[in-house]
Write a protein that binds this ligand. Structure first.
Ligand code: ZN
Length: 428
């Protein structure tokens, strides 16, 4: 249900997203550190540094990249492209350079989008030393012949890869994982929306007492950061019972859930259930070995029950990987709804108990126990019959919700009433 509280949280997440937007993040470097330190102001993150050159499975942590400034000046010494105006102007991981060149030579280093002539594209060159600039196609067309002075004040050398981790211990060591990538520069839906929603969720969970599961939040550079985490936590990763990659949670589109490689893991069923109860149109996608960091969590050797929650899938909206993916593209209500759905997921995971009916021989006499007065409506009355019927010491509340097509929250509420009245007890 939407509340004024949800609205305020949506606006707060959008505010944080707008603060983080200008930072030039990458897979390594100070942009990630600045982003993590912003999150640390509300979530007690542990910051990890993995030295360049560290072998992580089949990969090697690359040199650290940092950038201070970059620009292209025309013959009149006017900046025609200025990194300080937009972090997307630089091909991410560009090596340093300072030289003067002709327009035709420069053009081999420029990237634009003829079909979206006002937008700056996002390009990277992580694993191959190179340099280049990105600019709107209209700016490119406006460049006249002549010499251009090009400067990239960056550094690429031994350093670290940085990631943030927040662990919240629960009653059991089994874990629920939330993972968001933090390596995209000024891109709002693709990375910042996942970051701010994950941070808000972590904050809310930290205030809850008596959590059953332990919760782990990872804020990692995509691919290499996740591979580094999995390589350093190969044994610990086995404790992950349920997990979600969070990205693209702020656009106005419908929710999309991509199943884990296991396809029918509990997390897959929980998402299907919660999204159905949420009532808005949504899509359930089958697993594929493409996408974000679910590629690593669901790789053959790990095969963890980790799905991905997004709104409009990456790569299918015009703003994707361009300067149009900015804070104006993000709806506070969408961030709030995404967070609400995640809270619903946690509610199901935390209370997905198995019960035993204490009066299993025929139906118990319900009127005598004053049960009908405790139920709100007809759906709850039907839920009660389903629960009493299926509380066999094996079926979870999620099983009962699925089989009865009654929302989990309703099943859970009625089960608590029945437990209070002594008609149910929790199975061991
Ligand atoms: Zn991306």
């Amino acid at each position: 249900m939407k509340t004024a509280h949800d609205k305020a949280i949506g606006l707060a997440m959008h505010k944080r997203l707008t603060e983080l937007y200008p930072i030039c993040r990458s897979i390594t470097g100070d942009g990630v550190r600045k982003t993590l330190s912003n999150i640390k102001s509300s979530v007690p993150l542990e910051i990890h540094e993995v030295p360049s050159g560290t072998k992580v499975f089949d990969w090697i942590v690359p040199n650290e990249w940092n950038i201070r400034d970059a620009w292209i000046k025309n013959a009149a010494s006017e900046k025609v492209v200025d990194f300080k105006r937009h972090s997307l102007h630089i091909v991410n991981y560009s090596t340093p350079i300072h030289k003067t060149m002709s327009l035709s030579e420069l053009k081999t280093r420029l990237h634009s989008l003829p079909d979206q002539p006002d937008s700056i594209p996002y390009r990277t060159s992580y694993y191959e030393e190179d340099w280049g600039f990105c600019l709107s196609h209209n700016t490119l067309l406006s460049l006249s012949d002549g010499d251009y002075e090009v400067c990239i004040d960056s550094s690429l050398g031994p350093g670290n890869l940085t990631y943030g981790e927040f662990f919240l211990p629960g009653a059991v060591s089994d874990e629920v994982l939330f993972s968001a990538h933090v390596c995209h520069p000024s891109l709002a839906n693709d990375n910042l929306s996942g970051i701010v929603v994950a941070a808000a969720l972590a904050e809310q969970l930290a205030q809850m007492d008596q959590l059953h599961y332990s919760y782990r939040f990872l804020f990692v550079p995509a691919t290499i950061g996740t591979i580094a985490w999995l390589s350093r936590n190969t044994a610990g990763a086995k404790r992950i019972r349920h997990g979600l990659v969070l990205s693209g949670l702020g656009d106005a589109g419908n929710m999309t859930y991509k199943r884990s490689r296991q396809e029918s893991a509990t997390i897959d069923r929980v998402l299907a259930n919660v999204l159905l109860s949420n009532g808005s149109a949504h899509t359930l996608e089958r697993f594929s070995p493409t996408g974000y960091d679910e590629r690593q969590y669901c790789s053959n050797g790990f095969n963890l029950p980790v799905g991905r929650l997004s709104r409009t899938p990456y790569g299918t909206y015009r703003q994707y990987h361009t300067s149009e993916d900015n804070p104006d593209f993000i709806q506070p209500e969408s961030l709030a709804e995404s967070l609400r759905i995640l809270r619903g997921v946690i509610r199901v995971l935390e209370s997905n108990h198995v019960y035993v009916n204490t009066q299993p021989m025929c139906e118990p006499q319900l009127g005598r126990r004053g049960l009908y007065g405790l139920l709100h409506d007809k759906v709850e009355a039907i839920a009660m019959l389903w629960i009493l019927n299926l509380a066999d010491g094996h079926s979870t509340l999620l099983d009962i919700s699925e089989r009865s097509s009654i929302p989990f929250d309703c099943i859970q509420r009625v089960a608590s009433v029945l437990e209070l009245k002594g008609l149910l007890r929790k199975a061991n």
